[in-house]
Design a binder for this molecule. Structure first.
Ligand code: GCU
Length: 436
């Protein structure tokens, strides 16, 4: 066609053609983007969940004993192999040092301590700082919540005496972090997510740790954080070697090791708590460490409480693309192949059973698939029932702002992806029932 035109018309037509192509491309990339994630309940494709109560050899799990001795270990191993990966077993000797102790924090209501836990002989090796609040008026060791924070311990309470973390931090202009280092401006920046005074007033302890102490949240080929303790040399990574979620869960267990000899805290009554990526982490910590007495997953979404085979909001492919360091390499096999996954997250939740588990969602947090989170908990129910626990009998989701608490609990609150006082109010009520 261009051959019969004069040079000027040729250039003009060529330009028009190129612009059309560009527009077409732009449109199809927009369409692709719009279609990439499903937020329409009527468009969730049919899916089949793997059977929680049938062992891989066909044995039916009809008792708590068969669950404990056969199905539970087998599922744990499947999550290690296909989802989170595993870290080499073996005990790392821990050293602790009290960095600070303030006897009259929170207007005199709390003892606030900072305790550094070293994972190596060298003080400059991997270590984490526990920020520990306990009520001063307690007459015996208290039950406590343990969970990671996102912005550093100094972000939990605006007090210049809390050590400003020297660990790597994600850049965040809102709190003045531009070169991966904590700033004075970030003090107290996460306070709204930690109802510390309420927790203390209700007679609980709170232990929090900056998650980046244990493993910086960046894809660096699994070199930094506690990975350096386990992965020496440059040999290729095994498909089931643990990613960051495994590392973070490992760190929570090490915190519990330390709390076991803390006189102010009853280590048999520690609820492990986490929000979002750290909610995925609290579920994995609850699964791998049965010493945690309660498990709370706040808006944990894909790879957390939400069923991954239910295609709604975030997908396996998207999470492994945006965060290649969170899961093990084998997990990538299921990018766009959720149906082939041998496990799903009702099984992850069941691994914490029959201990009390709280799953929470936020109405506007559609990325995390609130209904999928509810269904994850609902479909975990049969394991809790084996132990005589009460669970939800309906797959219909409770109305917004209507918490349901039995031996498991769920709420979807109004609002966006976050942790609020409302969430803590429900967790404290649940803890009053199960940790007292
Ligand atoms: C991203 C990610 C989620 C995760 C969340 C968070 O949105 O896609 O899977 O839960 O970050 O941790 O804040």
């Amino acid at each position: 066609m261009f051959g019969m035109m004069n040079p000027q018309s040729r250039i003009r037509s060529g330009l028009v053609f190129a612009v059309c192509l560009l527009l077409l491309n732009f449109r199809s990339s927009l369409m692709l983007h719009a279609e990439e994630f499903n937020y329409d309940e009527s468009k969730v494709p049919p899916y089949t969940l793997p059977d929680l109560l049938k062992c891989e050899d066909g044995t039916v799990v009809d008792s708590a004993d068969v669950w404990n001795t056969k199905r539970r270990p087998e599922l744990l191993q499947m999550f290690e192999e296909h989802v989170f990966g595993t870290l080499p077993a073996g005990k790392i000797p821990l050293r602790t040092r009290v960095r600070s102790s303030v006897p009259d924090a929170l207007d005199g209501k709390a003892l606030r301590r900072e305790v550094t836990v070293f994972f190596a002989d060298d003080d400059n090796g991997p270590h984490m700082d526990l920020l520990i609040y306990t009520p001063v008026n307690a007459t015996k060791p208290v039950p406590a919540f343990l969970g990671y924070n996102f912005n550093g311990n100094h972000a939990v309470e605006k007090d210049p005496r809390i050590h400003l973390t020297d660990s790597w931090m994600r850049n965040n202009k809102d709190i003045g972090i531009e070169d991966n280092k904590a700033t004075e401006a970030s003090r107290g920046s996460e306070a709204s997510r930690w109802a510390v005074s309420t927790i203390i007033n209700r007679g609980y302890g709170l232990v929090t740790i900056y998650y980046g102490d244990v493993d910086p949240d960046v894809d660096d080929g699994f070199k930094n954080g506690i990975h350096s303790l386990f992965e020496k040399g440059d040999s290729p990574r095994a498909g089931d070697a643990g990613g960051s979620i495994s590392a973070w869960a490992w760190g929570l267990s090490r915190a519990l090791d330390v709390l076991e000899s803390d006189k102010a805290i009853d280590a048999r009554k520690v609820a492990v708590f986490g929000h979002s990526r750290l909610g995925k982490t609290s579920l994995w910590a609850g699964a791998t460490d049965q010493r945690f007495a309660m498990v709370i997953a706040n808006e944990s979404g894909c790879g957390g409480a939400a069923l991954d085979k239910r295609i709604f909001g975030e997908t396996v492919s998207r999470i492994n693309t945006s965060f290649p360091h969170w899961f093990c390499i084998n997990h990538r096999k299921y990018n766009n192949h959720e149906a082939a996954m041998p496990v799903d997250n009702h099984m992850l939740i069941a691994l914490s059973g029959p201990r009390p588990v709280y799953v929470a969602s936020a109405q506007e947090d559609t990325w995390a698939d609130p209904y999928g989170e509810y269904l994850g908990l609902y479909h975990a129910g049969p394991v809790f029932k084996l132990f005589g626990k009460s669970v939800f009998e309906s797959d219909k989701m409770p109305a917004v702002d209507t918490p349901m608490q039995v031996d498991v609990a769920y709420h979807m609150r109004t609002g966006k992806h976050d942790v609020t006082d409302y969430d803590w109010e429900q967790y404290l009520k649940f803890a009053d029932t199960h940790l007292r």
